[in-house]
Design a protein around this ligand. Sequence first.
Ligand code: GDD
Ligand code: MN
Length: 250
Amino acid sequence: MASRKGSHQSRGNGDKYSVLLPTYNERENLPLIVWLLVKYFGESGYNYEIIVIDDGSPDGTLEVAEQLQKIYGEDKILLRPRAKKLGLGTAYIHGIKHATGNYVFIMDADLSHHVISNLFEFIRNREGGYDLVSGTRYRGDGGVYGWDLRRKLISRGANYVTQVLLRPGASDLTGSFRLYKKEVLESLVERCVSKGYVFQMEMIVRARQGNYTIGEVPISFVDRVYGESKLGGNEIVSFLKGLLTLFATT
Ligand code: GDD
Ligand code: MN
């Protein structure tokens, strides 16, 4: 096999990866994450597209995305904006509708997920036959850096309570660096009712119900440098509501 670096031949036998990047006020972060994706996908020879789902960011993220589209091309950077902030979960659902790849990556646009070290590890796992590959901060070499105690407790607590109530048996239920087979993603989304951050957890629970196979890649999550987190108290309340709904109905 040709070496990955420097090889611009097409790889993956017609496979195409759609990367969904939901953004809300990510003007500073978007150029770098897009540059990294273009660089690493470009060098790998895998076919790809990047779909930016901006929710009417007041900081001008969409204008930045338009510039990036001019630089890298309309076939590589797709813009699928919405008029206002409608939530992270529905942003993915909106993006999927426009994805032309047969595999779909989801990741945060604020560089908390390290594209460089993990991209090909996800793809290797996927090629190993998993329906979905989930980045995990809570297994092996995985971890979280830069969060205060409050935020660590929220994340650990959400994972722990969900494990106890629903026993989905994956180590990181709320993470958002994942790779799905497109048709698996579509069928899970059809069954999903969540609109906000709780979406990630529901997707793993639904995947277990549907007997889909889940691969895990340990990842380091590093808190953002630019901008701020959009996870607020109302997202925590929605998480608990979503969890109890799932507990009552499954
Ligand atoms: N389009 C859109 N609409 N994008 C959004 C919205 C929204 O309503 N809310 C957040 N985003 C985007 C952000 O711009 C960023 O690219 C990504 O979604 C993650 O948002 P952050 O606000 O940076 O999340 P976080 O760092 O606090 O939370 C991380 O950890 C959570 C818990 O483990 C994320 O990885 C979450 O997905 C994860 O659930
Ligand atoms: Mn973040």
